[in-house]
Write a protein that binds this ligand. Structure first.
Ligand code: HEM
Length: 448
């Protein structure tokens, strides 16, 4: 529609709420904030969040609009709070256009294709070591344990850290850094943001030392590949770029993977019939080799379905904010430049028009005969979509499958009673209790 006629379209329905504060508190504290308004207003509604007029958009069509066909109306950079700019530097999240394309291309080889094969042994060694520790513990809270595991995997491959005391130190700095991302930008050294700035400097200093070491002695971990990465024009990432990109990867990949793994082991414990089928698939593969090889990872169709169902029902990230940089029209409404837009991942995942009984955990919906995610493009978007789909998608999926296959082959667990399994969304999805379990080697038991 021509822009002059678009000017006459109404703004989306909804309410801006209180002056300045808008509906921010409802958004943060009411888990059904968006669902209630979608039921009342439909696929697009307006609100005010963090002082800015915002449209919330829901459904596969809205996802496609925002993530692919009309992405020139939206800015990633403008979608993040200012604290991100300062703490995570000029990294991929904040880049747009040509700069983003160039950097994404240079980062990609470290997270796809042949590179992944080189990570299998490191991942497996850490998974094996941690699951033995969990068996010794017997009972523990899984979210925290998964977080340590995913941090160790990422920091070993991305920061070149040695498991043990060094990783523990990096993890502590990283925790301070993450806390600062969502805090007021007050720089005093005892405030969260001040602590985060100090932690960032220490992490960047650490990465710089490792990069220099990799430049002198090339290695095949992710950091080694980033150091060597070169595009067809001979461009390479500078030392400053590698440092901030490595930090971003750690941030983007660590809690998200933790969240999905925690939901996966919870769902298996709650659905013994699914667990048994997934276990049988692993048992059949184990007759060929006890070790999970890259080749074997391609032969687990049922586990693939289970993981997709976890992505659908328990997406770690709730959605994505963008700055609106060009007026646009959606569903007969006009959205002006300067607003924010939020796409909701769970809205399409729970859409009855796309998924049969969407609130039910049912991995068979992704089997070849039903393939419900193929009913519409952009209906399964746990990793985003379009040209800026998650860069770590293949890396995360491999890590999740390796953990799942190892646990299904060798261990069993049950959820402890009297815990709060209601899901909390911010910053990433998790059961409020953190998932308390009793865990033991499989040989001691007979069934899941
Ligand atoms: C289960 C694990 C993960 C989930 C659910 C996940 C989810 C997502 C989502 C939803 C987006 C798009 C956000 C938006 O559109 O606003 C995204 C982007 C991104 N993710 Fe992931 N992620 C995961 C793991 C990882 C890992 C392991 C890495 C790094 C190694 C990573 C790096 C990134 C990066 C760099 C982007 C931005 C891509 C770009 O702008 O081109 N993610 N992720």
């Amino acid at each position: 529609m021509a822009s002059a006629s678009r000017d006459f379209l109404p703004l989306p329905p909804g309410s801006f709420g209180l002056p300045f504060l808008g509906e921010t508190l409802n958004f943060l504290f009411d888990p059904n904030f968006a669902r209630k308004r979608q039921a009342k207003y439909g696929a697009i509604f307006k609100t005010r969040l963090l002082g800015r007029p915002t449209v919330v958009m829901a459904g596969a069509e809205a996802n496609q609009f925002l993530l692919s066909t009309q992405m020139d109306c939206f800015s990633w950079r403008e979608g993040w709070p200012g604290t991100f700019r300062e703490l995570l530097g000029e990294s991929l999240f904040l880049q747009e256009g040509e700069e983003h394309r160039r950097n994404r291309k240079l980062l990609m080889p470290a997270f796809h294709g042949p590179a992944l094969a080189g990570y299998v042994d490191t991942m497996q060694a850490l998974i094996d070591r941690d699951s033995q520790k969990w068996a010794r513990l017997g009972q523990f809270t899984w979210f925290e344990e998964m977080k340590q595991l995913t941090f160790e995997i990422a920091s070993t491959l991305l920061l070149g850290s040695a498991p043990g005391a060094e990783t523990a130190q990096l993890s502590a700095w990283f925790t301070d850094l993450t806390a600062g991302l969502f805090s007021p930008p007050i720089r005093w050294c005892w405030m969260p943001f001040g602590k985060a700035l100090r932690a960032r400097d220490r992490l960047l200093h650490h990465i710089e030392q490792v990069v220099k070491e990799r430049q002198a002695h090339p290695a095949h971990d992710a950091l080694g590949l980033l150091v060597q990465s070169e595009d067809e024009a001979g461009n390479r990432l500078s030392l400053a770029e590698i440092k901030v990109q490595a930090l971003l990867m750690l941030f983007a990949g660590h809690e998200t993977t933790t969240s999905m793994l925690t939901s996966l082991v919870m769902a298996l414990a709650q659905h013994p019939e699914v667990w048994e089928r997934a276990r049988q698939e692993q048992m059949a593969l184990m007759t060929m080799s006890d070790r999970v090889s890259l080749e074997q990872l391609r032969q687990m169709p049922y586990l693939d379905q289970v993981i997709k169902e976890v992505e659908r029902l328990y997406p770690p990230v709730a959605g994505g904010f963008r700055g609106v940089i060009k007026d646009f029209e959606f569903n007969g409404y006009r959205v002006p430049k300067g607003w924010m837009a939020l796409y909701r991942i769970d809205a399409a995942h729970r859409d009855r028009a796309l998924y049969t009984h969407p609130d039910t955990f049912d991995p068979d919906r992704f089997g070849p005969d039903r393939a419900e995610h193929k009913r519409a493009d952009f209906s399964l978007v746990g990793f985003g979509g379009g040209p800026r789909i998650c860069l770590g998608l293949a890396f995360a999926q491999m890590e999740i499958k390796l953990v799942a296959a190892h646990l299904l082959r060798h261990y069993t667990w049950e959820l402890l009673p009297n815990q709060d399994l209601r899901m909390s969304q911010i910053p990433t999805l998790r059961p409020r209790s953190g998932l308390k379990v009793a865990f033991q080697p499989r040989s001691k038991t007979t069934s899941p």
